[in-house]
Design a protein around this ligand. Structure first.
Ligand SMILES: *Cc1c(COP(=O)(O)O)cnc(C)c1O
Length: 406
C-alpha cells in the first residue's frame, strides 16, 4: 500500500479507469428508510420507482412483526447448514407453503434466488449434458449453466421455434439429449413473459426438463399472483405443457430474503443430497422464514394487492403514451430504453432531481447500446405518485434526448 511500491493489484486501478470512461462504474446509495412507494435518500423523500418490493410487503407491519417475533424466539442466525444444526421446523413449514403455492409436490429453500439457480442447475447437469438457455436469462442462470460444465445452447429470446431448431441440430450431430431448457418466466430487465406452454412442448418432445425462474412473476402475474402457470391457465393442464421445476425468490414481491426450488419429491430429495449451494451454506435465519410465511398468507388472503399493482402499471403506461413515450408491459417491469450508458445515467439524474428514484441499467446487465431506466411500481403507489413519475419521465427523456450524447 505504501506510495511508490507497485502492488500486485494495481492493475485494478486501470480497469476501474476504463469503467469510469465508459460510465460503467457502479455506485452504492444507502437508503435511510424501508423500501416502499416512497423512500428516504440523502435526507429527502423520493418516489421509489425501481424496487422489486412489488406488493409493499417488506415493510408491512404484520410481516415485520413476524420477523421480529421469530428473531426474539429463535435468534438472528441459525449457526449451521440445514444438514447440520441449522434446521428449524419453520424451514419445513415454509417449504410446504411454497409447494402448495406453486402446486408442486415439494420445495427446498436456498440462501438466495441466485444460489437456488446455481444450486439447482449444477446438481442436475454435468459434462456431456445440454442446457438450452434463453438469450436474456438472469445472470444467476448463466452462472449455474457455466458452473455445471454442460454444453450450453443459447436460443433466441423467447423463441420456441429457434429452440426447436437448436434441439434438432444437436440431435443431428448425435449429441446427448439429457438436460434442461431454462428460462426466466418474467424477464428481469425487459418485463416480458416467456411463452411457457410453447417452450414446455419443445422441451418435453425432446425429453428435456423445463425450468422456469419466477423471481419477478411470483406475486405479480396470474390473477392471484401465483405466477406463470396461473397466467397461462395451466394449473389443471396436461403435464406436457407445464414446467417441471420452478425457481423463485423470497426477496422480491414476498418482501423477505432467500431462494427456493419447487418440484417433484424425487428432485427435491436429490437436491438435499447433491446441491452444493444447499449443502455448504448456512440455512436461512428465522426472521426471513417467518416474514416469508406471513407474506404468502397475506398474498393468498388479499389478491386485491395484485390488482392494485396492475392498475398502477396500466395507469403509468397510459400517461406515458399520452406524453408520447412508447410504454407497454404485461408485468410490473417497464423498461424505458434510452441508448448509451451516459444517457441512461443522465436520465436517472434528471429523474432524481424531480424526486423520483429510477435505476439506470447499463452494460453488462443489458447490451451496451440498450441502457435503460428500469421502472417498477408497487401496489402502494398512489395515483398522484404515478402521475408525478410519468411527468418526471417524460421531461427527463425529452431533455436527455436533446443533450449531446457522451
Ligand atoms: C433477482 C433475481 C434472482 C436472484 O434472486 P435473489 O434472491 O435476489 O438472489 C434470480 N433470478 C431472477 C430472474 C432475478 O430477477
Amino acid at each position: 500500500m505504501s506510495a511508490g511500491r507497485a502492488g500486485p493489484l494495481d492493475f485494478l486501478e486501470e480497469r476501474l479507469e476504463d469503467l469510469r470512461r465508459r460510465s460503467l462504474v457502479r455506485e452504492i446509495r444507502p437508503m435511510e428508510s424501508a423500501p416502499g412507494p416512497h423512500a428516504v435518500l440523502g435526507g429527502r423523500d423520493v418516489i421509489l420507482l425501481s424496487s422489486n418490493n412489488y406488493l409493499d410487503l417488506a415493510n408491512d407491519p404484520r410481516v415485520r412483526g413476524s420477523a421480529a417475533r421469530a428473531a426474539e424466539r429463535f435468534g438472528s442466525g441459525t449457526g449451521g447448514s440445514r444438514l447440520t444444526t441449522g434446521a428449524l421446523d419453520l424451514h419445513d413449514a415454509l417449504e410446504a407453503d411454497l409447494a402448495r403455492f406453486k402446486g408442486t409436490e415439494a420445495a427446498l429453500l436456498f440462501g438466495t434466488g441466485h444460489m437456488a439457480n446455481v444450486g439447482l442447475i449444477t446438481a442436475l447437469c454435468g459434462r456431456g449434458d445440454v442446457i438450452f438457455s434463453d438469450a436474456l436469462n438472469h445472470a444467476s442462470i448463466i452462472d449455474g449453466c457455466r458452473q455445471s460444465r454442460a454444453d450450453v445452447e443459447i436460443y433466441a429470446h423467447n423463441d420456441a421455434a429457434d429452440l426447436r431448431r437448436r434441439i434438432l441440430a444437436r440431435r443431428e450431430r448425435g449429441g446427448r439429449m439429457r438436460g434442461l431448457v431454462v428460462t426466466d418466466s418474467v424477464f428481469s430487465m425487459d418485463g416480458d413473459i416467456a411463452d411457457v406452454p410453447a417452450l414446455a412442448r419443445e422441451a418435453h418432445a425432446a425429453g428435456l426438463a423445463l425450468v422456469v425462474d419466477e423471481a419477478h412473476a411470483t406475486g405479480v402475474i396470474g390473477r392471484r399472483g401465483h405466477g406463470v402457470e396461473e397466467h397461462f391457465g395451466l394449473e389443471g393442464a396436461d403435464a406436457s405443457l407445464r414446467p417441471d421445476v420452478v425457481v423463485g425468490t423470497l426477496s422480491k414481491a414476498l418482501g423477505s430474503m432467500g431462494g427456493f426450488v419447487c418440484g417433484g419429491r424425487t428432485l427435491i430429495e436429490w437436491l438435499r443430497s447433491a446441491s452444493r449451494a444447499f449443502i455448504f451454506s448456512t440455512s436461512l435465519p428465522a426472521p426471513c422464514l417467518a416474514a416469508a410465511r406471513t407474506a404468502l398468507e397475506i398474498l393468498e388472503a388479499e389478491p386485491a394487492r395484485v390488482e392494485r399493482l396492475r392498475g398502477n402499471v396500466a395507469l403509468l403506461c397510459r400517461l406515458l403514451q399520452e406524453g408520447g413515450v412508447a410504454a407497454e408491459t404485461p408485468t410490473a417491469i417497464l423498461p424505458v430504453i434510452v441508448g448509451g450508458s451516459e444517457r441512461a445515467l443522465d436520465a436517472a439524474r434528471r429523474m432524481l432531481a424531480s424526486g423520483c428514484l429510477a435505476g439506470a441499467i447499463r452494460y453488462p446487465t443489458v447490451p451496451e447500446n440498450a441502457a435503460r431506466l428500469r421502472i417498477t411500481l408497487c401496489g402502494g403507489h398512489t395515483e398522484d405518485d404515478v402521475a408525478v413519475a410519468a411527468s418526471a419521465l417524460i421531461s427527463a427523456l425529452e431533455r436527455t434526448a436533446r443533450a449531446p450524447s457522451g
